[in-house]
Design a protein around this ligand. Structure first.
Ligand code: NOJ
Length: 924
């Protein structure tokens, strides 16, 4: 017991006292045996070839055998066309000693087969077409070139860095896994013993140590690696989660980017180190073409990046040889185990490519509106009184707030699904108090389970064998917040079902169906594990090693949670926040960027990181406002609120040891700046809500980097201190200290530097040219522009919570383009249930042209609402109208028009949201 307490104390000190992550606690590529081996290939290249005469073609795919010409090991190769300009490439061993892991549950469902046509087949080359795309498969050396409309966009294995370690018997000492059955052993015996050339000469091939941790590696080396070049691209981006720039940097001379879900507290920025989530999708973008690759592998993965701009060696070679040619940007994916399973998405535009990825892994479903509003969290709100009084203070100070959050201290000794009876004796009354005010509560439920025989959850998991196992078949025991803890094996569907059932209100009786969920520490975090996570030789359901599935653990946790909330109340959309994530987790949860620090660079990285997450499927992203660690000064806090107000997930959160930082604890001016930012967020909720509906519908990210909408503008590629909300707002938060102006980049729509018009949303002053503009800012200023040519819906009546705005009237902001036109959509429904999927919704397009605004509904407007249009603001008119008239059902009526500095306001059209109308401006 004393030892246990001492360990907890050490761990606690590690987390609380350290002033930044110690990178030494995490592996470098050189310290990771498979990364070291896979990377070595870059020096020599490998030799793989298709075996002549093994080709088979089908309606949607072709298969062939592939051989490693050095050790003669054979592989099964498959190339499949999918609808929507996507190919899937799979390579597995033809006869592996044991099956190799294939990722499950990341794709949103079965893929949709396309059709292929064999255009040409010669000895060394097969050309197939599918839709307007073409794949040229070269036999020896093995390589595939993918063309979109005859332009080469992705080359696979152009560098010959394919590296596939087949499973092999351990020399002298054949291993047998306790869980392996007799058949498997017979099969093993039937396989030829390896030839000398077949051994892998690396000290970490069959077992590996890192710090005090030992990885038994019973199956030995089994890495897979492959290179992808993007000949039509100038830049690469994607592969979150890293605290780095949006555009990926060259890894020449540095470690590769690492994808391995880890609990890295107070992470460093400008770093390729792994963080909490791993989304192995990468995009290559050039002015004419965008393409992407989704590398579907859940094992630890490192990605080397080669970019033309930063490759010094190639520049030198070119200089000496007089060549203009720099190699195209390329990515080398290296995973510890599994198979090659890569989706090649051929674009051609950025948004096409993002949608192709969404077609594979899905989108976040439309959240309840409250989830898009402001969240108030800290580790921890101490007790019921604290919660109630913080909520009341928001009202006292007139700051809208929707959701209070409770961190781990609300539980009885970190036993999830329970409450601390002293601090929270009446949870239901406390929850009612919040919900009566229109607010919500979110509680944390982590995956580590306290090993306490008096805890029902632990007893159930122990008795029923639900925990992740050690190699010896025992329940794995690690350390986390509760002390000794075990980890449910969410890969087992029965465990997920059990877990989901715990959320039912007859089980979890101390919450209501309005209480939502925060899944933290689900990398999983294990304080005394290697790299603060689970050992790789643990065993999961289906006999898979943790090594094979590590990056999916959090995802499987989320599947259980999401099912739990859906079953608890089938007609309420779940809200879950998760820290760990993998490709496809966006279907279940929002994410935040974890344990950031209160300095300006972390604020800046919140935008970069969320932009990268958004193009990798996670539009619902935010960062701890004010930062998790440290105590922000008033200026940083103010700017953080202003930035957070324009990121999709908007939550203030702080470490238990930080000073309290609710807005009223600061000088009045700071409070006002914060209030202003929050009110602004609420006024734009109709836009956020519409954008999330349209994300569910189309897969188009809610927030976007400039290049998504302005693909031709090379200067815009690297701009990652600005973001777009759909194609309607351009946001350039102030993220530097002590500035009175910021440089804003207005993107060009063509290569002649023509730009859109942009209207400052506070003053409606117009920017008419593209390029950098220096814009003055005061403490209150959030530099945001609305694009000329767009219409943005807003709600401008202030309420304490978004749920109370349901029937409030709308304002439409119309910003005209050079032709005097604008258009934009609005989506509305009950903001809570799934009735919208049965048609209870209104999705409407507004068009302004020739001085007239008309609406047109997408489908029938079936949702019944009391809301109406209260105000129409028009910016960019050449003349001032004297009046306006509205026509509904053939009946016209005059409307009052007011003229302000840069706008015209049409007052009280009064028209309901589900009615067809036309509003015409009249000029005397
Ligand atoms: C780590 C999370 O990142 C942080 O947000 C949370 O407050 C602590 N765990 C305690 O639950």
């Amino acid at each position: 017991m004393r030892f246990a307490l001492a360990t907890v104390a050490i761990i606690w000190a590690l987390f609380v006292l350290a002033d930044g992550v110690d990178p030494g606690n995490f592996k470098t590529c050189e310290q990771s045996s498979f990364c070291r081996r896979s990377r070595k290939i870059q020096g020599s290249g490998s030799k793989y070839a298709l075996i002549p005469g093994t080709l088979n073609t089908y309606a949607d795919s072709l298969t062939a055998d592939l051989v490693n010409k050095e050790n003669h090991h054979q592989f099964a190769f498959k190339l499949e066309a999918l609808v929507g300009s996507t190919f899937r490439l799979q390579i597995d061993e033809k006869q592996p000693l044991r099956p190799r892991y294939r990722v499950e549950h990341a794709l949103k469902g079965p893929t949709q087969a396309g059709r292929i046509r064999v255009q040409r087949e010669t000895d060394g080359e097969i050309v197939i077409t599918s839709e307007k795309n073409k794949a040229v498969i070269h036999g020896d050396p093995f390589r595939i070139d993918f063309f979109e409309n005859d332009v080469l966009v992705v080359s696979v294995n152009a560098k010959n860095w394919l590296y596939f370690e087949h499973l092999r018997q351990k020399a002298q000492e054949p291993t047998s896994h306790p869980a392996e059955n007799e058949n498997q052993q017979e099969q093993d015996a039937a396989v030829e013993t390896p030839k000398a050339a077949d051994t892998i000469d690396d000290p970490g091939a069959w077992e590996e140590n890192f710090k005090s941790h030992h990885d038994s590696k019973p199956y030995g080396p089994e890495a897979v690696a492959l290179d992808f070049s993007f000949p039509a691209a100038k830049v690469l981006f994607g592969i979150p989660e890293h605290a780095d720039s949006f555009i990926l940097k060259s890894t020449s001379g540095t470690d590769p980017y690492r994808l391995y879900n880890l609990d890295v507290f107070e992470y460093v920025v400008d770093s390729k180190m792994a963080l909490y989530g791993s989304v192995p999708v990468i995009y290559g973008h050039g002015a004419q073409r965008t393409a992407g690759v989704y590398w579907q592998n859940a094992a630890e993965t490192w990605v080397d990046i080669q970019t033309s701009e930063t490759n010094v060696v190639s520049s030198l070679v070119n200089f000496v040889s007089g060549s203009q040619k720099t190699p195209p940007p390329a990515a080398h994916f290296m995973s510890e185990s599994g198979i090659v399973d890569a989706f090649i998405m051929l674009g051609p535009k950025p948004m096409d490519t993002f949608k192709q990825y969404a077609a594979l892994t899905g989108t976040h479903e439309l959240p309840q509106l409250f989830a898009l509003a402001y969240h108030q969290s800290r580790w921890n709100y101490n007790d019921e009184r604290d919660v109630t009084s913080v909520s009341a203070k928001f009202d006292e100070y007139n700051i809208p707030m929707d959701t209070m959050w409770l961190d781990i201290e609300h539980t009885d000794g970190k036993r999830y699904f329970t409450w601390d009876k002293f601090k929270f004796p009446h949870p239901l009354a406390m929850i009612k108090n919040l919900t009566e005010l229109g607010r919500h509560l979110v509680v944390i439920v982590d995956p580590h389970i306290k090993r306490d025989n008096n805890y029902f959850f632990h007893r159930d998991c122990t008795d029923r064998g639900y925990y992740v196992k050690t190699r010896e078949g025992n329940d794995y025991e690690g350390w986390c917040w509760p002390g000794a803890a075990s980890y449910p094996d969410f890969f087992n569907p029965v465990v997920r079902e059990y877990y989901a059932s715990q959320y039912a209100l007859d089980k979890f009786q101390t919450v209501t169906a309005d209480v939502m969920l925060w899944n933290d520490m689900n990398e999983p975090s294990v304080f005394n594990g290697p790299e603060i996570t689970a050992p790789k030789d643990l065993i999961h359901y289906g006999n898979w090693e943790h090594r094979d599935v590590h990056n999916l653990y959090g995802h499987m946790h989320l599947m259980g949670s999401f099912a739990g909330l859906q079953q608890r109340d089938p007609n309420q959309r779940p809200f879950i926040l998760t820290r760990a994530h993998f490709a496809g987790s966006q279907r279940y949860a929002a994410i935040w960027t974890g344990d950031n620090f209160a300095d300006w660079s972390h604020l800046q990285h919140s935008v970069k990181m969320c932009l990268t997450e958004a193009v990798a499927g996670f539009s619902f992203c935010g960062a701890d406002v004010g930062a998790f660690f440290g105590n922000p000064d008033t200026e940083l806090l103010e700017r953080w609120y202003q930035t957070g107000a324009f990121l999709p997930f908007f939550r203030a959160h702080a470490h238990i040891d930080t000073k309290r930082r609710e807005p009223w604890l600061f000088p009045e001016r700071t409070r006002q700046v914060i209030q202003n930012a929050v009110i602004k967020r609420y006024s734009y909720l109709p836009l956020w809500y519409t954008a999330f509906y349209e994300l569910e519908l189309t897969g188009e990210p809610v927030i976007r980097p400039l290049l998504a909408q302005y693909p031709l503008d090379k200067e815009a590629f690297g701009v990652d201190n600005q973001l777009l909300v759909q194609d309607r707002l351009l946001v350039r938060p102030v993220m530097q200290q002590g500035v009175s102006k910021v440089d804003v980049y207005f993107p060009a729509i063509d290569d002649k530097k023509n730009g859109d018009w942009w209207y400052d949303v506070d003053t409606y002053q117009r920017q008419e040219r593209s390029g950098y503009v220096s814009v003055p800012v005061d403490d209150f200023k959030i530099p945001v522009w609305q694009r000329g040519g767009s219409i943005v819906p807003k709600k401008e009546r202030q309420r304490r919570a978004s749920t109370l705005m349901l029937h409030d009237p709308y304002t439409l902001i119309i910003c005209l383009d050079r032709q005097g036109k604008a258009s934009g959509s609005l989506y509305l429904d009950d903001e809570k249930s799934y009735a919208y999927r049965q048609g209870q919704r209104i999705h409407v397009n507004y068009e302004f042209a020739h001085d007239q605004l008309v609406n047109s509904f997408v489908g029938k407007p079936k949702y019944k609402t009391l809301a109406w249009i209260e105000r129409i603001v028009i910016a960019g008119l050449e003349k001032v109208p004297s009046s306006a008239s509205i026509t509904v059902n053939g009946v016209s009526q005059q409307l009052e028009v007011l003229h302000h500095d840069n706008t015209v306001v049409v007052r009280k059209p009064g028209v309901k949201m589900d009615v067809d109308f036309a509003i015409k401006l009249n000029f005397a």
